[in-house]
Design a protein around this ligand. Structure first.
Ligand SMILES: [Fe+2]
Ligand SMILES: [Fe+2]
Length: 166
């Protein structure tokens, strides 16, 4: 089985996009499905940003110093998503700002994933060999097994604090 880091991350992006499209199709008052979809989104995003923050980004920063600015910008984009996810996790689907906040989360994450996929992941593939990308992917799978699944879990909270303290 391939554990290519970029393939793994793009597969997760695909899963995340599926929940976005389903949310956009849900009826205005389809509260139960909207809630279920946002819960799923929160879980996928919490796990995904965790493995990128803990494994992908620090390794890329070490191995490919030219990409440092892209990595730092991406940490900040994750942080914006973390804040929205944290707020959404405390809201009810009937709340006035629930749909608006989810829409802004979707817009932000779409922009971020497009930048990763089109902008700097190709440079990572160019800079790292196949073997390094396989090892990185294997390390991400190990991190995924212990990743937080809700924004209130310790690993996720630590990430929010780190966004400010570095
Ligand atoms: Fe990311
Ligand atoms: Fe990503």
């Amino acid at each position: 089985m391939s554990t290519d880091a970029i393939v793994l991350l793009k597969d997760e992006h695909k899963e995340i996009r599926k929940t976005f499209r389903a949310f956009e199709k849900a009826g205005e008052k389809a509260y139960a499905s909207k809630k279920r979809l946002v819960d799923r989104m929160i879980e996928l995003l919490t796990v995904h940003t965790y493995i990128e923050n803990e494994v992908m980004y620090p390794r890329v920063r070490d191995l490919l110093p030219d990409l440092e600015d892209d990595v730092l910008e991406s940490y900040e984009e994750h942080h914006v998503a973390d804040v929205l996810v944290l707020e959404l996790s405390a809201m009810k689907p009937e709340d006035e700002r629930f749909t608006a906040k989810t829409t802004v989360l979707i817009e932000n994450v779409e922009h971020h994933m497009a930048e990763e996929e089109e902008d700097w992941f190709p440079k990572v593939r160019e800079g790292l060999g196949r073997k390094q990308l396989q090892d990185l992917g294997a390390e991400m799978l190990r991190a995924r097994a212990k990743a937080p699944r809700r924004p209130s879990q310790p690993g996720a909270v630590k990430k929010v604090v780190k966004a400010v303290t570095g």
